[in-house]
Design a protein around this ligand. Structure first.
Ligand code: ADP
Ligand code: MG
Length: 682
């Protein structure tokens, strides 16, 4: 008998070829197949009498093929048609290139026939209809048919067959402790039924119940793992204690030409408390763009160094890594620290030096991109890992990073404010420090929304600012022209501006398709003021810090999500001059207008995030799902927040009501559920 965990290759009818196609969809086991949910459902209509069928409809009838079948050939194409009849009339059924249809059906037999209705030469036809034996129970109501995402060479039928096998298998299998627990403890649909209904829903209502059960389970496992990580970290006794040398840290603070903000004070205190506590820190630092997270990170790195440990700081792009390197070098310029950079494509001689320096413990701080994950990067004594823009790193990366040290302290930094309720779901295993104030003297960015008829005036404004020695970003959604999307592209606009409004101004084009070297060069020139105006895509969204940039113009602003607009605006207002954000949009769409007016009316990232929760524009809340932080297929952390609360309660209950031994068993089951294993494996 097949087990649900068996490889699909064991299933009859699946050979190496089909298996490799299925692997492309990340289906390796029967369980994967079970969890390969339809991307959509097509509605199959309940049968109606033929005289009620109308052109343009998707219609189903119960009829018999009593007429004569005929096949014509036109230019190698075959057209087979048979007339279908019921008590109310008749209709032609037509198939292209399926001549066997002419001999497929018995006379005087009732069939279920379903397809698109077309009018041809004054009479109606069903084109390429689906035909099956008529079954009164099944066909007299609307049905939802699963539609799966495919890959070339694979058909819907292949997936359906496999999923049917997996469903059978699930039914025969004894339920796990978990499943019995959830089945018994909640009012949710049973597990087998839920899987069946996900793939073959009998109604929208049942589909929703099934979705809830699966979502609940996803949340439950997520929470259980979070609780486990917390539990594991808080009970690990062999962690690195970082004793803080407050006198030396004081010297560092004294070297700054500004006072710490209250939030910075609080965040640093949180971190130092974790350091001293004897358990590995696992903390998220959330603060708006410009709130001064780098200084907090630097302080943590310095504290680690003073305790004789190495630190690593990861950034999602090379550009950002270089900026961090620059910022840290500046902050530490009066202190004896060796800071090095590690990026993907660096000369091997340079790389070798870094690798050696890390292994020998001579490098105090490493600033790096994903390149840090490579196997040969080994630290002598890694005490602290910081990842910037945490939402771009998955759980897996975090685990690899952790594995490079003996349970190093971990700090994630995110500039995308997320409401606390949501943060608890997404970062369930992390403690959270929030930075909700800004360094003194910062002048709030003025934001305006204008129609495109005013574009000329906007560019004249940009021009005037540049003449005053300031700089500007002009952001487009597209790199190049697209037939599908009506929005001005960066390339088009760059040419237009260069030939016209900004003719005599140093202008550059920046987008993701440029070579990394070239991007860097352009950014570098911009930061040094050699380029005055950057026409760019949202690539400038993360972290770029140019003090003289005072204007950001966002073209087709309706096409950006709230979080993205907020992040983009954060590119300006970083110096001491008044800055401006100008949104250009002609939209009349209500939700888009709501988003734009939100951005115009507030600069507080947490407020904007709350509003985003309510509106949910493009970009689906910071692209949390896309970035793969969460292994959620079905559950929606926003829509299903009540379900999350319930799942969370149950997870707590499970954890507090069972013995350590049982807990371990339950957890192992949970972890075996082909989910990413977090710290447990590291
Ligand atoms: P982010 O939180 O976006 O990473 P940064 O750390 O880059 O913000 O800080 C933004 C700017 O504010 C930097 O130029 C930094 O030097 C400056 N800054 C940081 N903290 C303070 C402070 N307490 N007072 C004044 N300026 C500060
Ligand atoms: Mg930053």
């Amino acid at each position: 008998m097949l087990k649900i965990t068996d490889s699909i290759i064991k299933v009859k009818g699946i050979g190496p070829k089909k298996a490799s196609l299925l692997n492309k969809l990340a289906i390796y086991t029967l369980e994967d197949a079970l969890n390969y949910f339809p991307r959509d459902y097509a509605i199959q209509r309940a049968v109606i009498p033929i005289d009620k069928v109308r052109p343009g409809q998707d219609a189903s009838i119960a009829a018999s093929f009593n007429g004569k079948a005929g096949t014509r050939y036109i230019k190698g194409l075959s057209i087979t048609s048979i007339s279908a009849v019921d008590d109310t009339g008749s209709i032609d059924c037509v198939w292209f290139n399926q001549p066997y249809r002419a001999f497929n059906y018995k006379a005087d037999t009732l069939y279920f026939i379903s397809g698109k209705v077309n009018k041809k030469n004054g009479s109606m036809q069903l084109q390429n209809p689906l035909v099956e034996d008529y079954c009164k129970d099944k066909h007299t109501k609307d049905a939802l048919l699963p539609v799966y995402r495919l890959t070339k060479g694979l058909r819907q039928g292949d997936l359906k067959n496999l999923i049917d096998k997996a469903l059978e298998c699930l039914k025969l299998q004894a339920p796990s402790n978990f499943d019995s627990y959830i089945d018994g403890a909640s009012n949710l649909m049973g597990k087998c039924k839920a899987y069946e209904a996900m793939h073959y829903p009998e109604s929208e209502k049942l589909l929703e119940s099934a979705r809830q059960r699966i979502a609940f389970e996803e949340f439950f496992h997520l929470q259980l793992r979070a609780l486990y990580t917390k539990h594991f970290l808080s009970s690990s006794t062999n962690s690195l204690i970082i004793k803080v040398d407050s006198a030396k840290l004081g010297l560092f603070f004294a070297s700054l030409d500004f006072q710490l903000t209250a939030s910075q004070h609080r965040a640093i205190k949180d971190i130092l408390t974790d350091f001293a506590g004897g358990r590995p820190m696992n903390r998220l630092l959330q603060g708006d763009v410009g709130s001064g997270k780098t200084l907090v990170a630097a302080t943590a790195l310095y504290a680690a160094k003073l305790a004789g440990l190495q630190g690593a700081m990861m950034a999602p792009t090379e550009l950002l890594a270089r900026q961090h390197l620059g910022a840290l070098a500046k902050l530490f310029n009066r202190f004896q620290l060796r800071i090095e950079l590690l990026v993907g494509n660096m000369p091997s001689s340079e790389r070798d030096k870094v690798v050696q320096g890390l292994a020998e413990g001579k490098i105090d701080i490493l600033v790096a991109t994903h390149a840090i994950l490579q196997e040969d990067i080994v630290f002598k004594k890694l005490g602290l890992v910081i990842s910037d823009e945490q939402h771009r790193f998955g759980v897996r990366e975090r685990a690899v990073l952790r594995s490079k040290g003996k349970l190093p302290h971990f700090l994630a930094m995110s500039a995308t404010p997320i409401p606390r309720t949501l943060a608890q779901i997404i970062y369930g295993d992390l403690d959270i420090s929030i930075m909700n104030d800004m360094p003194k003297g910062r002048i709030a960015v003025k934001t305006y929304c204008v129609r495109s008829s005013l574009r000329e005036r906007v560019y004249r404004f940009v021009r005037n600012r540049v003449k005053e020695g300031e700089q500007a970003y002009i952001v487009c959604q597209l790199i190049e022209e697209s037939d599908k999307i009506e929005a001005i592209s960066a390339e088009e606009l760059y040419i237009e501006l260069k030939e016209n409004y900004l003719r005599d101004i140093d202008l550059a084009l920046l987008h993701g398709k440029l070579e990394a070297k070239e991007k860097e060069l352009i950014m570098d020139k911009f930061i040094r003021g050699q380029i005055k105006v950057l026409v760019a895509t949202s690539i400038v969204e993360v972290g770029i810090d140019a003090k003289d940039a005072t204007v950001i113009v966002i073209e087709n602003a309706e096409r950006f999500g709230l979080a993205q607009l907020h992040q983009l605006r954060g590119r300006v207002g970083r110096g001491h001059k008044q800055s401006y954000c100008i949104l250009i949009s002609d939209t009349d769409q209500e939700l888009a207008l709501e988003r734009l007016s939100t951005i115009v009316s507030t600069t507080n990232g947490f407020e904007i995030a709350e509003r985003d929760l309510e509106l949910r524009g493009p970009g689906d809340l910071y692209g949390i799902k896309q970035h793969g932080i969460l292994d959620l297929k079905i559950a929606d952390p926003i829509k299903d927040s009540k379900l999350f609360a319930l799942a969370s309660e149950h997870a707590q209950l499970v954890v507090s009501n069972i013995s350590k031994e049982e807990y371990k068993k339950v957890l192992e089951e949970s972890l075996a559920k082909n989910m990413t294993k977090d710290i447990v494996t590291s």
